[in-house]
Design a protein around this ligand. Structure first.
Ligand SMILES: O=C[C@H](O)[C@H](O)COP(=O)(O)O
Length: 181
């Protein structure tokens, strides 16, 4: 295969270059609120985060179900108003399913360090979802800390595969638009 893989590229490793700060959208449903609150505090304290949009805080009553939170956060990313989103529900699964409905979004649930790493370096996922019912807060905090250090390298061999996904999505959307007329 042409090009270096995301795992080989020296710049893909932690701490070897100055990292651009990230704008993060963060949100949760009731089942993910405790983790999300603590993780948001961590994001606020991180030198790798330039700004936070707290979707849950915009949800005045705090009763929104996971699809609404996921759609809102993913839309911010798709619109270019946030670089990434961090979403927490009971399992992380529903948040990922919902966020992936927004065109252009690659959302994954990941509960281990290697998956978090590959989610960014291999899959260029902009959305990470966690399950408060699946991982303890200590692990969740560590995963998010690690997540912030990864940046996708669009010169690595993974980039063509992401492009294949995007091209498929563009074709599909074009077909849907044509069907609507
Ligand atoms: O995936 C969904 C989440 O785990 C959510 O927090 C719980 O959803 P439910 O109440 O529909 O099970």
């Amino acid at each position: 295969m042409d090009g270096h893989t995301c795992h080989e590229h020296p710049q893909s490793h932690r701490g070897e270059r100055v990292l651009q700060q990230l704008r993060i959208a963060v949100g949760s449903d009731k089942a993910g609120r405790d983790h999300a609150t603590a993780l948001t505090d961590d994001l606020r304290a991180s030198s790798l985060v330039s700004s936070i949009i707290d979707i849950s805080a915009l949800d005045g009553q705090g009763r929104a179900a996971y699809p609404e939170i996921a759609f809102a956060a993913a839309q911010l990313v798709a619109d270019g108003r946030a670089d990434r989103a961090l979403l927490v529900c009971h399992t992380g699964l529903g948040m990922a399913i919902a966020a992936n409905k927004i065109p252009g979004i690659r959302a994954v649930t990941a509960h281990d360090s290697w998956s978090v790493r590959c989610a960014v370096l291999s899959n260029n996922a902009q959305v990470l979802t966690l399950g408060q019912g699946i991982v303890g807060l200590g692990l969740a905090r560590r995963l998010v800390e690690e997540w912030l250090t990864y940046r996708f390298d669009d010169t690595c061999s993974a980039a063509a595969k992401i492009e294949t996904i995007s091209a498929f999505e563009d074709r599909w959307q074009g077909r849907s638009a044509a069907d609507a007329h």
